[in-house]
Design a protein around this ligand. Structure first.
Ligand code: CO
Ligand code: CO
Ligand code: CO
Length: 329
């Protein structure tokens, strides 16, 4: 189901009118937010997917980092999590399952967010992820809908995991690049989340299955603005991303097809680069809308962070949530 179909189905469901629902599903935000009292809001999310890498331990770690990311994207603090696991009992041995869960436990511990339960079913293909409960101040959580024209757009991880994990499945990438891809996906968005909160970010979302442009478009629609980005300022995990895409090694080209409805591409941005900007990400970085004068605070808070972050463009006035993709600032 693509993004537009899903949005249509959700819009047809009964309207939520509980005043304590501070963020529901209508703005396609990363997590739901529910006010408990004036100082506490619950931030709830669940996410799971089939294996993205062969190694069960790293699959568990990446899936956990990805699930936790939706809480970090709201500027919230993850508190507890539950496993959501499906696997073919006849095909997958207990040791493999144990490694998946261990990868998740270690990652959740790094997030100070213990896994306290879960549910497992027999399924034809494996899937794994977490349901995560976080806490936020009801007045301070960061939705995807607060962006303002003039905000800078900051991205906190390089992109390309869709193309690179597809290449890895076909055994086309070397050990070193595979390790770097896994490291990128398994890195928590914890520090980025704290930094954006300290810098007073106006809006945030994390970059996952709809790709950089798809999630930027969600932010623009929810915020009532457009965006301008410089394609060449978007960091790639490795130049091989473009190489693989040029060979047709990528997933979900539908992301690129639907981007044509809202993105205007400059002639200087070739098709491989356009597809890269729509490449579906697993456990991608935070895409943050920051007032320009707080960039210094953000960068200071990110000192020591060892993935590349970049200012990739800015939000602009636009009635149609359109995104201009250029080859310069
Ligand atoms: Co998300
Ligand atoms: Co999600
Ligand atoms: Co958000």
């Amino acid at each position: 189901m693509d993004r537009d179909d899903l949005a249509q189905v959700l819009r047809r469901l009964p309207h939520l009118d509980d005043p304590n629902i501070l963020q529901g599903y209508l703005t396609a935000d990363d997590a739901g937010v529910y006010r408990i009292d004036d100082s506490t809001a619950l931030v709830q999310t669940v996410d799971f997917f089939p294996p993205v890498v062969d190694d069960p331990y790293y699959y568990g770690a990446v899936a956990a980092a990805n699930s936790l990311s939706d809480v970090y994207a709201m500027g919230a603090r993850p508190v507890v999590a539950m496993n959501v696991l499906g696997f073919p009992r006849k095909k997958l041995d207990n040791l493999t399952v144990e490694k998946i869960l261990l990868g998740a436990v270690d990652k959740a511990r790094e997030a100070d967010c213990p896994i306290i339960g879960g549910h497992t079913i027999d399924a034809p293909e494996p899937f794994f992820g977490l349901s995560v409960t976080g806490l936020a101040d009801p007045a301070k959580f960061i939705g995807n809908n607060g962006g303002k024209a003039g905000n800078l757009l900051v991205l906190t991880k390089p992109i390309g995991t869709g193309a690179l994990t597809t290449a890895a499945k076909a055994e086309l990438i070397g050990e070193e690049l595979l390790r770097e891809t896994i490291r990128t996906m398994a890195t928590l968005n914890k520090q980025a989340s704290k930094a954006m909160a300290a810098a007073g970010a106006f809006a945030c979302t994390d970059v996952t299955g709809f790709g950089l442009l798809g999630h930027l478009h969600e932010m623009c629609s929810a915020s009532g603005v457009g965006a301008r980005i410089n394609a060449f300022s978007v960091p790639l995990i490795d130049p091989a991303v473009i190489e693989f895409i040029s060979q047709g090694i990528t997933t979900k080209l539908t992301n690129f097809e639907s981007s044509k409805k809202y993105a205007v591409y400059d002639d200087g941005v070739d098709e491989n680069m356009r597809i890269a900007l729509c490449d579906p990400q697993t456990s991608g970085g935070l895409l943050i809308a920051l007032p320009p004068d707080s960039l210094g605070v953000f960068e200071a808070e990110m000192a020591g962070y060892d993935l590349r972050t970049a200012v990739i463009g800015s939000l602009i006035e636009s009635g149609e949530a359109a995104i201009k993709v250029g080859k310069s600032g």
